[in-house]
Every structure is written in structure tokens, then in C-alpha cells.
Design a protein around this ligand. Structure first.
Ligand code: NAD
Length: 476
């Protein structure tokens, strides 16, 4: 049974229900995760609050020295972390390595805290008066990540928070809790003081405990749109600072002048990488009139050639889905799409014969945004293809989505790319780039229902989120 980490001590959770943690490639149970509640949250908040007193006054150079050590621990454990991710999430080892690299990049960014945490000064703002802005930590911060990036998303959160002088409580996804356990072990190995990072394992009840607890000053949440919206409202109701990242329905517009040799594998990588369980997955390819004749056969041929296999198998390109009930939901979307009039260009359902929760790459063609398949997040290896007459109507289709995480255009026209960039209503835009993930020093900036809050994760937004400002006006 997985334990909680409270004040530097790994503690068994007594008298609570637990859930199995599986290897999705085999459907075997590999661990159990306890479902913590209010008493476990209380203990973690007490430990994080006690640690905050000293940690918030620890010089920034000391905090950064520890962060550099943590970075080295992550590099040394790189392959081990990737194996843990593949084993309980299912993604391919190559994808797991990519996730860990992107996570470590946030630690790299956090190591520049002596620059990032600087304030501002303006002397002689008025006769004999100077004005200075200082940054302070907030206190105890909670992080609630989703299942699909068990290492990267926790790393979006706690390194920046703790380097800014906060202490942290991480509540990992109950479906993929093992990445966070490994991260916490490495964090201890790096030598951070007890209670700076705490782990509370669990699900809804643990989240409710964190949102209601007056000792938690801020909440970083990443997950599905309905939960993001609810967490945003509830955390705000309790007077907390909150950033809540939600779901996605990302459109990829393919213009007739696109370089299809580049675009086709890129679109398939975007749609089927991470088995489509990614908030930056390309979900709908919008074929602008003139491209369909070449695009459709190439998508079909290359999708059918993708290797569906357990993530630790050499050459695997598409791993299993996280759970069987999630796979049933995804298959339900395929069936509903077909019932609504879409056509099947590639059918991944025969892959369901094998052990584990596999579903092969599936392409629905002739999808419109009136169909659920064209509107709702599917979060599986399903690419919808729709047709539009021109760039205007393609942008119009993308902009009718309630979610606005990412939008992509493939074109060789600078003019079309610029129009797209200016007019599309999404916070992350790719131009001939299929997964427009900002690097750690830029914010991860979803729009509309993909984000509730003001300050995004990482980049300068992340620094602002985890600090509060004090302005001092001085006259001598
Ligand atoms: P989820 O919303 O089910 O769970 C996210 C977290 O919230 C988990 O830690 C879970 O324990 C907790 N939770 C679940 N239900 C809750 C409830 N009713 N009350 C309180 N807490 C609850 O999401 P998931 O299935 O783990 O992750 C997939 C979703 O996350 C997708 O919608 C995906 O688009 C989204 N996502 C978004 C981003 C982004 O950056 N915008 C990144 C990754 C994933």
C-alpha cells in the first residue's frame, strides 16, 4: 500500500478505503493507493505549516542549491522515472522520457530563482520618496494533478512553489500515484528539509479537504473541465488563490498549401501520441478544400501502420488507455460519431482483442461540430476529420469550441499563419508544430474552458502565482 509523506515521514494511512493501481498494458494490479480524507489533510497541513516558518526565511541561494541537487537526482533517476511512468500509466518509454525531460525543464527554470524572485525599485518617485516592490511566499500551497502526466505535471507545480519559499502538499492522481512517490523520494534525497513537500494520496475527499482547509493559501489544479470549474469556484469561495487548468478540444487546420510530408506524421503524432490522453492532443483535423484528396489517404495509411503495443516494448508507438471504463467511454464516442453520420477511415477497435486496455488509432471522417465527436473532449486515440471551404470557416469552427487550449495550422503561407494566429481563440497556437507546448519559461496558457484563473502555470505567471507582492514607500 502506498503511503503518505507528512513532515518527512512516510506514514501508512489507516482505516480508509483504497483503490488498485494497475499496469494498463496487462490489466494487472501492481499497487494500492489509500483514499485519504480530512484527518490526513489536517496532518499534512500541520506539517507544511510548521516547515513554512523556517523554509520561508531560508536564503534563496540555499533554496536554489537544494533545487540544483534535486535536478541532479532527477537526471540520475531519469530512466527509472520513465519506467515508473510507463508501468502504471501505459505510455511508451519514449513518451515517458519526453514527459520527464519537459518536467525537469521546470526545475531548470526554478533554479533561476535569484533572478526570478527579484522585485523592482523606483527611486525618487516623488520628491525624496523611493518605492520598492518585494516578493514574498504565500504559505502552504496545494497541487492537484491529473493522471496523464504523473511526473511532468507535479513538476509544473512544486519546484517553483518551494523555490519561492512556500511549502507544498501534493495530492497525486489516484490512477497514477507512483510518479509522485518517486519524485518525493528524490526530493528527500536532494536534502530538502522535512515538511517542505508533503504527499497526501487520495481522490475527491482529499481534494475537498484541501480546498476547505484555512491553512492552504493557494491551489494549483490540472484536470478535466468540469472538475477544474468546480475546484476554481470552491477554492475561491474559501478565499484561496487558484489556477485551474481544464480539458481541451484542439483543432488542427490543414491548408491546401501545407507540406503534407511534414503535416501527416505530425498530425498523427499529435492525435495518437500518449494514446490521445493529452490536453495538447490534436482532436479534430480540419481539411480546407483542396487538401482532402491527398490528406485523407495519407492519414489512413500512416495511422494503420502505427505500432500498438505495451509501452516498454521496443518500437511501440501507441500504448494502452488508462482504464477499461475510460476505453469504453472512448469507444462510445466512436459509435456515437458513426451513428451521427461520420465515416470510419481507420478502425482501432480490433486492437481491443489483446490483453490490457488497448485501442488502436481510429479516424472518423465527415465530423461536424454539431456532432459530439466534433465538440466534446474524447481523450483517446481518435482523430476526427472535418471539412471546411476556406480558412475563415475553419477558424470559425475552432472558435465555436467551449474549450480553447491549443489550435494548430499547417500551411506554407505566412499570411494564412498570421491570420490564424490573430483570430483563433486558443491560448497555445502551433504554426506547422503539432503539439504547441510552451517551454517552462513561458506560461501554459489555455483559454476559455481550458483554464480558470488569472495566472497560468510556469513561466513568469508561475512566479507571480506563487508569490505575493509588498510595496514599500520610503522617505528619509
Ligand atoms: P480529473 O478531473 O478526473 O482528475 C484530476 C484531479 O482531480 C485528480 O487528482 C482527481 O483525484 C481529482 N478529482 C477528480 N474528480 C474530482 C472531484 N469530483 N472533486 C475533486 N477532485 C476531483 O482528470 P483526469 O481524468 O485525471 O485527467 C484528464 C483531464 O485532464 C483531461 O480532461 C485533460 O484535458 C485534462 N488535462 C488538462 C491539462 C491542461 O494543461 N489544461 C493537462 C493535462 C490534463
Amino acid at each position: 500500500m502506498i503511503q503518505n509523506l507528512v513532515g518527512g515521514e512516510w506514514r501508512a494511512v489507516e482505516g480508509r478505503d483504497s483503490l488498485p493501481v494497475y499496469n494498463p498494458a496487462t490489466a494487472e494490479e501492481i499497487e494500492r493507493v489509500p483514499l485519504s480524507g480530512a484527518p490526513e489533510v489536517e496532518a499534512a497541513v500541520a506539517a507544511a505549516s510548521a516547515a513554512y516558518e523556517k523554509w520561508s526565511r531560508t536564503p534563496v541561494l540555499e533554496r536554489v542549491r537544494l533545487m540544483f541537487r534535486f535536478k541532479q537526482c532527477l537526471e540520475d533517476a531519469f530512466e527509472d522515472l520513465a519506467a515508473v511512468v510507463t508501468r502504471h500509466h501505459g505510455k511508451t518509454l519514449e513518451e515517458a522520457r519526453g514527459e520527464i525531460r519537459r518536467g525537469i525543464e521546470v526545475v531548470d527554470f526554478a533554479c533561476s530563482a535569484p533572478t526570478l524572485l527579484q522585485g523592482r525599485t523606483l527611486r525618487e518617485v516623488n520628491a525624496g520618496i523611493d518605492q520598492d516592490l518585494y516578493r514574498y511566499p504565500l504559505g502552504v500551497v496545494a497541487g492537484i494533478p491529473p493522471f496523464n502526466f504523473p511526473v511532468m505535471i507535479p513538476l509544473w507545480m512544486f519546484p517553483l512553489a518551494v523555490v519561492a519559499g512556500n511549502t507544498f502538499i501534493l495530492k497525486p492522481s489516484e490512477r497514477t500515484p507512483l510518479g509522485a512517490v518517486r519524485l518525493a523520494q528524490l526530493f528527500q534525497e536532494a536534502g530538502f528539509p522535512e515538511g517542505v513537500l508533503n504527499l497526501v494520496q487520495g481522490a475527491k475527499e482529499a481534494v475537498e479537504g484541501l480546498l476547505a482547509h484555512p491553512g492552504v493559501r493557494a491551489v494549483s489544479f490540472v484536470g478535466s473541465e468540469p472538475v477544474a470549474r468546480a475546484v476554481y469556484a470552491e477554492a475561491a469561495r474559501h478565499g484561496k488563490r487558484v489556477q485551474a487548468l481544464g480539458g481541451a478540444k484542439n483543432h488542427i487546420v490543414v491548408m491546401p498549401d501545407a507540406d503534407l510530408e511534414l503535416a501527416v506524421p505530425a498530425i498523427l503524432g499529435s492525435a495518437f501520441g500518449n494514446a490521445g490522453e493529452r490536453c495538447l492532443a490534436g482532436s479534430v483535423a480540419v481539411a480546407v478544400r483542396g487538401v482532402e484528396e491527398k490528406l485523407l489517404p495519407a492519414l489512413k495509411e500512416q495511422a494503420e501502420a502505427l505500432v500498438v503495443a505495451p509501452g516498454d516494448q521496443p518500437g511501440a508507438q501507441v500504448g494502452p488507455l488508462i482504464r477499461d471504463d475510460h476505453r469504453r467511454r472512448v469507444v462510445g464516442h466512436i459509435e456515437k460519431g458513426l451513428a451521427d453520420g461520420a465515416r470510419l477511415l481507420a478502425d482501432g477497435r480490433p486492437q481491443m482483442q489483446r490483453a490490457g486496455w488497448f485501442l488502436g488509432p481510429t479516424i472518423l471522417e465527415g465530423v461536424t461540430d454539431e456532432m459530439a465527436a466534433g465538440r466534446e473532449e474524447i481523450f483517446g486515440p481518435v482523430l476526427s476529420v472535418s471539412h471546411q471551404a476556406d480558412l475563415d470557416t475553419a477558424i470559425g469552427q475552432a472558435n465555436r469550441m467551449a474549450l480553447g487550449n491549443m489550435a494548430v495550422i499547417f500551411t506554407s503561407s505566412g499570411r494564412a499563419a498570421r491570420r490564424f494566429r490573430e483570430e483563433v481563440q486558443a491560448g497555445m497556437v502551433g504554426v506547422n508544430v503539432p503539439v504547441a507546448q510552451p517551454f517552462a519559461f513561458f506560461p501554459f496558457s489555455g483559454w476559455k474552458g481550458s483554464f480558470y484563473g488569472d495566472l497560468h502555470v510556469h513561466g513568469s505567471d508561475g512566479v507571480d502565482f506563487y508569490t505575493r507582492k509588498k510595496v514599500v514607500v520610503t522617505r528619509w
